[in-house]
Design a protein around this ligand. Structure first.
Ligand code: SAH
Length: 368
């Protein structure tokens, strides 16, 4: 519930668990309060919550049961995905024996909540270490005191994790998000099913798509603008005994140069960062997606495969499909949709909370 919807909030401490009622006094249930966020209330129950730390422990256990039922072929996956696991403001990811967590709200930052979380995670998973990844900007927005990223438990800072049989280095001090883009895990496997020939992974980060493509493609190139990401990608290639060419470049410039030079590929993956961070820059974002897809399509051979993604929540699946359709028309190519995918099941989508769905991944067959 937005701050503008709150009629009165008296004597409410930052991060408190509060009962919520409408103007006639009818109860909505309980929520976590933030004194600074535009999202003033995050509902956690339709009934009263006398003991939030013990409710949190129960919800972490439920989140683990869900993963046990649905997560396969990996020792890296999201254990808690905020609202989608009824724990708004909390992210917990597992990378083999190391857990990496993010705390995004005042309520989740309180000491009793942190203690309950660590106790439950330790009891259930016995991790070698638990690390916290601090987003300084979010702490500022939530008016929380600054904090350093680092270990909360244990002393192990690096490990190796495996997704779909592909191995990756993990270091608590490196990378974006909590370390990897675990939401794409099932899409890596899906892309590998169709990939063939000479392949290009654009926005490759630490090489996850590229290394999955390398299972079936004799030649793979990965492109990213981040040198630290490519250094890890190179180590990952070595770990899997694969040869991949890594190029540090601005993807827009590279695609422009390569398509102008008449380069051709059998498989291209496009997985850019979220272009539309807010609804306001939707138009610019759509232009960005259009340009990338157009250039990629021009370089795809007949029978080629395009794997194209958008992780912008503000770009709907329909809008994204329209952009790709437009790009295909301009490139004079016909696309057949082989698979229309979303985030992996450990990043659940609640059907009644559309905000929990954000990732789009289209796999298309290209003909001239
Ligand atoms: N495909 C990756 C995730 C990509 S995240 C995976 O599955 O792991 C987006 C990536 O785009 C980041 O690694 C970021 O460094 C890179 N990036 C952002 N802007 C870029 C640009 N203009 N050119 C090339 N790479 C860019």
């Amino acid at each position: 519930m937005y701050r503008s919807d709150v009629l009165s909030a008296t004597n409410v401490a930052p991060g408190a668990v509060v009962p919520v009622t409408d103007e006639r006094g009818r109860s909505f249930g309980a929520a976590l309060y933030s004194s600074s966020s535009q999202i003033a209330l995050r509902m956690i129950s339709t009934g009263p919550v006398p003991d939030f730390p013990s409710l949190l422990r129960e919800r972490v256990r439920n989140a683990l049961v869900y993963r046990e039922q649905l997560v396969r072929d990996t020792d890296a996956y999201r254990i808690v995905f905020s609202e989608a696991d009824f724990l708004p403001g909390l992210i917990v990811d597992r990378y083999n024996d190391i857990l990496s967590l993010q705390i995004l709200t005042q309520a989740m930052d309180s000491n009793p909540v942190r203690d309950a979380l660590l106790a439950e995670l330790t009891q259930q998973l016995k991790p070698a270490a638990v690390a916290e990844r601090v987003d300084a900007h979010i702490r500022e927005l939530e008016q929380l005191p600054p904090r350093e990223s680092g270990l909360l438990l244990g002393d192990k800072t690096t490990t190796i994790f495996t997704m779909n049989g592909v191995r990756f280095h993990f270091d608590i001090r490196e990378g974006q998000k909590t370390g990897a883009f675990l939401d794409q895990r099932e899409n890596y496997a899906a892309a590998a099913l169709y990939a063939h020939g000479e392949a290009l992974d654009v926005f490759c980060y630490q090489g996850a798509f590229a290394l999955h493509l390398a299972k079936s493609c004799p030649q793979v190139t990965g492109v990213d603008s981040s040198r630290p990401a490519l250094e890890v990608a190179d180590k990952n290639a070595l770990l899997n005994q694969r040869e991949v060419e890594w190029i540090e470049a601005n993807a827009f410039d590279l695609l422009k140069d390569y398509s102008a030079a008449g380069k051709q590929y059998h498989t291209i993956v496009l997985d850019p960062p979220a272009f539309a961070k807010t609804r306001k820059n939707l138009e610019t974002a759509l232009r960005g997606y259009k340009e990338l897809n157009l250039r990629a399509l021009k370089m795809l051979r007949p029978g080629g495969i395009l794997v194209t993604c958008s992780c912008s929540y503000h770009v709907s699946e329909t809008e994204f499909l329209e952009v790709v359709t437009d790009a295909a028309r301009d490139a004079h190519k016909t696309l057949r949709l082989l698979d229309k995918r979303t985030q992996a099941k450990d990043h659940p989508t609640l059907v009644n909370v559309p905000e929990t769905s954000y990732l789009k991944c289209l796999i298309c067959h290209v003909s001239a």
